[in-house]
Write a protein that binds this ligand. Structure first.
Ligand SMILES: [Zn+2]
Length: 423
């Protein structure tokens, strides 16, 4: 008799493309985008227990030609295609200034996503009670009664299931919970995810125990695949970080280690709580900022121009532009460490599995939003090193100036303006 045989079967998953095709990607590219989601979402994850998704990224790199994979001392992964950048420490930025001038030529695009999601770590038994600590932000009021499936690090078959009986001290950080209904073999060091479907497509809606941010990570891998399928030589960097949910600590380790070259522009990818002004199903979102900071304006402008051009080319492509202030994301950390960063995200329902009724349920995103995100990232990667539209956001303002400044000058004379010379 195995312990596992006693466990209730895991909730089923179903990964299938919706019948409707909006045309953001070509049909074979849609299959690639789906496969990357299925690979990653099948793996359980929690802060400090990203073993499964990390293994997926490693296997992805090993199975494809022309990719380089690096790891920093904290276990974050950096995946690269195309020519490597200049050596670290050399100047990668032009002299035209940080956010306003012409930039983009010869710089590389780096896409960043985190591989963890709020989850539990079993602390073992104390005074006859099995306890676990919650890593990541889920309000204590949502926890009692939640079903949890526990895994040993690196395994995808559960070792135990349990239910959260109560929170020991709702004010404590991180919160510790008491478990009951324990089935299977549960010991210290196992990690727990919500006992929900790894992923289920219903129509165009993907419901999953983890969207944030395995769907973001899947979008990066899909972008690598679509670029390869199109035989593109565009360089691309993918950054896969750990332990974002406990305060960007994986990303901070990466930044402190100085692993990224000075020639990269980062676009942080997230699933971010939907807003009345950024809806699930209305397209991926150009995230101009988060709850703490606004992002690099030049990168945002570049992404905006890419999306506008893509909409001309593929009429089914839609996008939104919004301040997504429902959470903070790693783009804030990158910018504060002087690595210029913008952001794109998917509007997310049931953020961190919190349902409107006060319990725990699957997160959800819209599949067409995801496909459009991948199409956007591919277009961005293909144009990033070139002086395409949006490469110089000041150019548009200069054109306006050239068209109008004479009228300004004539009227300034009438007004008797007496400032210094020069225009
Ligand atoms: Zn996230």
């Amino acid at each position: 008799m195995t312990d596992r045989a006693q466990l209730a079967p895991a909730p089923r998953s179903r990964f299938a493309l919706p019948r409707e095709d909006r045309g953001a990607l070509d049909p074979p590219e849609r299959e690639l985008a789906l496969a990357r989601v299925a690979d990653l979402l099948a793996r359980p994850t929690a802060p400090y227990f990203e073993d499964g998704p990390l293994a997926v990224v490693r296997r992805f790199a090993a199975e494809r030609r022309g990719l380089r994979l690096r790891e920093d001392r904290w276990g974050n992964l950096v995946l690269e295609r195309g020519p490597a950048g200049p050596p670290r420490g050399s100047r990668g930025r032009g002299s035209t200034g940080r956010a306003t001038g012409a930039r983009g030529a010869r710089r590389r695009l780096a896409l960043s996503a985190h591989l963890d999601h709020p989850g539990l770590e079993c602390l073992g038994k104390r005074a006859g009670e099995t306890r676990a600590v919650l890593h990541g932000g889920v309000p204590a009021s949502h926890l009692p009664g939640a079903a949890v499936r526990f895994f040993r690090p690196g395994e995808s078959d559960a070792c135990a299931t349990a239910r959260i009986a109560r929170v020991v001290d709702p004010a404590a950080r991180p919160p510790v919970v008491v478990l009951d209904h324990v089935r299977g073999r549960l010991g210290r060091g196992a990690f727990g995810t919500w006992d929900l479907t790894p992923g289920e497509m219903r129509g165009a809606r993907l419901r999953a125990r983890v969207c944030d941010d395995l769907v973001g990570a899947a979008a990066i891998l899909a972008t690598f695949d679509v670029l390869a399928a199109r035989r593109s030589r565009a360089p691309l960097v993918g950054v896969f970080t750990r332990a974002e949910e406990t305060g960007f600590v994986g990303c901070l380790g990466l930044l402190r280690a100085g692993v990224l070259g000075k020639d990269v522009d980062v676009v942080g990818l997230e699933c971010s709580p939907r807003r009345p002004w950024a809806r699930v199903g209305s397209g991926p979102v150009l995230r101009v900022g988060d709850a703490g900071t606004v992002f690099d304006p030049a990168i945002s402008a570049r992404l905006h121009a890419t999306a506008a051009a893509l909409r001309e080319e593929r009429p089914g492509f839609r996008f939104q532009r919004a301040l997504m202030d429902g959470g903070r994301c790693e783009s804030s950390a990158y910018n504060l460490w002087n690595v210029p960063a913008g952001g794109l995200c998917l509007a997310l329902g049931n953020y961190h599995n919190c349902t409107p009724r006060g319990g725990i349920g699957p997160e959800f995103v819209d599949w067409h939003d995801y496909e459009a995100l991948v199409a956007w990232l591919v277009a961005a990667a293909q144009g990033w090193g070139k002086r395409g539209p949006g490469a110089n956001p000041r150019a548009r303002l200069n054109r306006l100036w050239e068209a109008e400044y004479k009228r300004l000058a004539t009227s300034a004379k009438r007004l008797g303006a007496r400032g210094g010379r020069g225009r």
